[in-house]
Design a binder for this molecule. Structure first.
Ligand SMILES: [Zn+2]
Ligand SMILES: [Zn+2]
Length: 137
């Protein structure tokens, strides 16, 4: 069982299934929506996903590759992205992993849209850049 919530707490959700896949998505739409380097997503079977508190707002983008609509659902109060549903893969709901109550239970297995990835933003031990365990913000 996966559970999660938005930043303000109005939206809560659960997914009663094992993740089908966990990926870091580097597409430009996910980058812009999350305003971050990339988006870690957890694909779960659509019927297993339930919003348990609040009501999701949504908008639609068009997938660059497949040209089909992608529903991007978020908390209308605080703006936290919660899930994406791509009409190219309608059987899965892609949870934004950073909204999980315990994100440590999932681990990305693959990178997608690496042709759009910001390689120069790579972080972690191997980047060779000065690293700080904590920092401002
Ligand atoms: Zn919220
Ligand atoms: Zn993406």
């Amino acid at each position: 069982m996966l559970t999660g919530h938005c930043l303000c707490g109005q939206i809560t959700y659960q997914a009663d299934a094992e993740p089908a896949l966990v990926a870091n998505c580097h597409c430009t739409d996910c980058r812009r929506q999350t305003a971050s380097a990339f988006s870690t997503v957890v694909g779960v079977p659509a019927p297993s996903f339930t919003v348990t508190g609040g009501e999701l707002a949504e908008f639609i983008t068009t997938g660059t590759d497949h040209g089909q609509p992608t529903q991007r659902k978020f908390c209308g109060s605080c703006g936290t992205p919660i899930v994406s549903v791509s009409s190219a893969m309608p059987d899965l709901v892609f949870i934004k992993a950073g909204s999980l109550d315990d994100p440590t239970v999932v681990e990305p297995q693959l990178e997608v849209w690496t042709e759009s990835a910001l390689q120069q933003w790579a972080i972690g031990e191997g980047s060779g850049k000065p690293a700080f365990a904590r920092g401002p913000g």
